[in-house]
Design a protein around this ligand. Structure first.
Ligand code: NAP
Length: 286
């Protein structure tokens, strides 16, 4: 048996096409387009690539992209002032401060200063609370992208046994929470989990988000299971995920590749959140 591929790139394109239709409708009616402000402090190469990709996605969809590129030595006070200005700017719908920030800036101070209605990364404690409470709010992009991929590939989620590998605030925990709201029975595993293979091999769906190259092997996967690979690991043989793709695709029913899986969905969900912030949550009231 060979698993069906869950093509994140194609799914992301499908979602972006839907967003573009909505943005075109907005602008053809004479309103300003949704606008995303991206703040990058310093010149971390990976962050620069992410910011470039976000800019390209905005341009392709007609979303306005405003970039603030700050020196690595920028003080926390200056960054706070910029966030205040963006919070107060009625022509900005979404604010994204690219992480990681330089060591002298306390990340939670900055993230908690962003207006939750413009928090398109979904990291503000208000949005974390809304996620847990399953009430309206902006959801973090990678977990929301994973859920969208599962749904659009036709997976029935209610009642399914899900194992999430990883308990980070940006991937593991919010993904587990979203799937709990879909009525899955969710187990979260981490570095102290014992008998991991026994747990994963009973799962209908495995979400691998641990940051360890090709960690999930065929023996850990139940035949026919759905495997979503979140990992992005730079190795000598290029970028690989947390799943041994070649081995696991022989037993799984569905599998998402790296690259071309969760990564493109994350950017598409950022565009979705920017549109959502514009439509429902923008203080300018259009
Ligand atoms: P992270 O903050 O480093 O968290 C990793 C998690 O994996 C931790 O909870 C850790 O457990 C757990 N873990 C480590 N070794 C383990 C093991 N042997 N068995 C079980 N669990 C183990 O990483 P992250 O930010 O969540 O990211 C995870 C991966 O996803 C990375 O490769 C990252 O690059 C990728 N990622 C991709 C996207 C995308 O858009 N495609 C977005 C975000 C992240 P402890 O808590 O016990 O330490």
């Amino acid at each position: 048996m060979s698993a069906k591929i869950i093509d994140g790139k194609a799914t992301a394109q499908e979602l972006k096409n839907e967003i573009k239709i909505e943005v075109d409708k907005i602008t053809s009616g004479g309103s300003r387009p949704p606008a995303l402000a991206v703040v990058l402090v310093g010149k971390d190469p990976a962050s620069q690539i992410y910011v470039n990709n976000k800019r390209k996605a905005c341009h392709a969809l007609g979303i306005k992209s405003v970039e603030h590129l700050l020196d690595a030595a920028t003080s926390e006070k200056n960054l706070m002032e910029l966030v205040t200005a963006l919070n107060n700017d009625n022509d900005i719908d979404g604010i994204l401060v690219q992480l990681p920030l330089p060591k002298h800036i306390h990340e939670p101070h900055i993230l908690e200063h962003i207006n939750p209605l413009k928090d398109v990364d979904g990291f503000h404690p208000v949005n974390v609370g809304r996620l847990v409470a399953n009430s309206t709010g902006l959801r973090p992009c990678t977990p929301a992208g994973i859920l969208e991929m599962l749904k659009r590939s036709g997976q029935e989620l209610s009642g399914k046994k899900v194992v999430v590998l990883g308990r980070s605030n940006i991937v593991g925990k919010p993904t587990a929470t979203l799937l709990l709201h879909e009525s899955c029975t969710v187990t979260i595993c981490h570095s102290k989990t014992r008998h991991l293979n026994d747990i994963t091999s009973r799962a209908d769906i495995i979400i691998a988000a641990i940051g360890k190259p090709e960690f999930v092997t065929a023996e850990m996967v139940k035949p026919g299971a759905v495997v979503i690979d979140v990992g992005v690991n730079r190795t000598a043989k290029g970028v690989v995920g947390d799943v041994d793709f070649e081995g696991v695709k022989k037993v799984a029913g569905f599998i998402s590749p790296v690259p071309g899986g969760v990564g493109p969905m994350t950017i598409a969900m950022l565009m979705y959140n920017t549109l959502k912030a514009y439509k429902g949550l923008s203080p300018s009231g259009h």
